[in-house]
Design a protein. Structure first.
Length: 190
């Protein structure tokens, strides 16, 4: 049933909007507690640094990440960050864990594409590595290094931005895009 609806614009639009609302509520709840500080009475945040998270929190976040793969339009990052905050993590610790959680997936996916390109032909050669000469490998290496540095700078900027301002702008973005997807899907339906 899930596979049948993976490309449903209605499900994607709804998932974007529901995720935006959930992100906004969870972030608003945690921002009150974060502004009070770690020693404030009544705070539900008990993990202020990613290194202090428990195994139960990690398992909960992993389970929520699985749901993001099941429902199209659900962001992996949004689901892991919101799950971390619901499990008692601060905004920065949940964000940091979400980024670290994505690294193995991206490394394996990139290595798999590179391997397919080195061995494959035609459609199984998505980046054309099998035809690259020495100069092409140098250009590819430079591109890799530049991409890594830009990604690192972007992540550093994003983490600083979220620490100061929270996730509300991203929740609004999801709501707008979700409404746009639903509008487009209704126009297609006629």
């Amino acid at each position: 049933m899930i596979g049948k609806h993976l490309e449903s614009l209605h499900i994607m639009g709804l998932a974007l909007m529901i995720g935006g609302v959930a992100m906004w509520i969870v972030d608003a709840r945690n921002s009150r507690w974060e502004s009070a500080g770690p020693n404030a009475p009544g705070t539900h945040i008990h993990t202020w640094h990613m290194e202090d998270m428990s195994l139960q929190q990690a398992l909960w976040i992993g389970a929520c990440q699985i749901l993001s793969a099941v429902f199209p339009g659900t962001s992996r990052s949004m689901s892991t960050i919101a799950a971390g905050q619901l499990a008692g993590m601060s905004r920065p610790s949940a964000l940091e864990f979400s980024f670290f959680l994505s690294i193995p997936t991206m490394v394996v996916a990139t290595a798999y594409d590179l391997l397919k390109s080195m061995r494959g032909k035609g459609m199984e050669n998505p980046i054309g590595v099998s035809q690259i000469d020495a100069h092409g490998w140098i250009v590819l290496a430079i591109g890799f290094v530049v991409s890594f540095l830009v990604a690192y700078a972007s992540v550093a900027w994003f983490m600083a931005y979220v620490r100061r301002r929270g996730f509300a702008p991203f929740a609004v973005y999801r709501l707008i895009v979700g409404a746009g997807v639903l509008w487009y899907a209704s126009r297609l339906a006629g």
